[in-house]
Design a protein. Structure first.
Length: 206
């Protein structure tokens, strides 16, 4: 793991990194600790996908385990945003909630409700209020449904729609967090395009 190459690849300024006061050796320790865990996380993710595919109204499910380099990048960006945040080899598996990421897709907006009930009935939520990312101007009926189901509504500045759940998988002995994102197929298409074009490296490119 080479500092100069990683900062350049992910367009992180040296000054930004230095301001975080992160010791590069600590990031290397996290990196080396995480790599052997990815195989185990792959198995956990596959199990979660198989379970979620049985829920009513699910069209498709896919997963990814966070790439080790992306983990280090995310830790750096979190420290840039909040220098007081402390992320170490001992706590990164709790501080980074999307080491395992699951996407659950459905066809019509109203189908979300049954998937929501399936998730909260089977897993313990790390955050008791799932985050409902919505677009400014979204219909009040849908927003009311999110609130009735106990979601925290967040108006996303780039029009990104998705419901996010952070769960304790309950599969491994240690606490293993996974993030489940639920959205329609059309919302998935928008997020993929947005991710490819804008996030996070071209955010200021008109």
């Amino acid at each position: 793991l080479k500092k100069e190459e990683l900062l350049k690849k992910y367009m992180i300024l040296e000054e930004e990194f230095n301001n975080t006061e992160i010791e590069w050796e600590n990031l290397e320790d996290i990196y080396e600790d995480y790599i052997p865990r990815t195989t185990e996380y792959e198995r956990v993710a596959a199990f979660l996908c198989e379970s979620l595919r049985t829920a009513d109204n699910v069209h498709s499910v896919k997963y990814r385990v966070k790439d080790p380099e992306h983990l280090i990048e995310k830790i750096i960006r979190k420290k840039i945003k909040n220098p007081s945040k402390v992320i170490t080899k001992e706590n990164y598996r709790e501080k980074i909630a999307d080491l395992i990421g699951i996407r659950v897709l459905h066809l019509f907006k109203e189908e979300w409700s049954e998937i929501h009930e399936y998730i909260i009935a089977r897993w313990g939520l790390i955050n008791p209020k799932p985050k409902a990312n919505v677009r400014a101007g979204d219909h009040k009926d849908m927003l009311n449904t999110f609130e009735e189901k106990g979601c925290e509504i967040v108006v996303h500045p780039f029009g990104y729609r998705s419901i996010h759940y952070q769960i304790n998988t309950g599969i491994l002995k240690e606490v293993t967090i996974a993030e489940i994102q639920v959205r329609t197929i059309f919302e998935e298409a928008w997020s993929e395009i947005d991710h490819r074009i804008r996030y996070p490296y071209q955010v200021n490119n008109p």
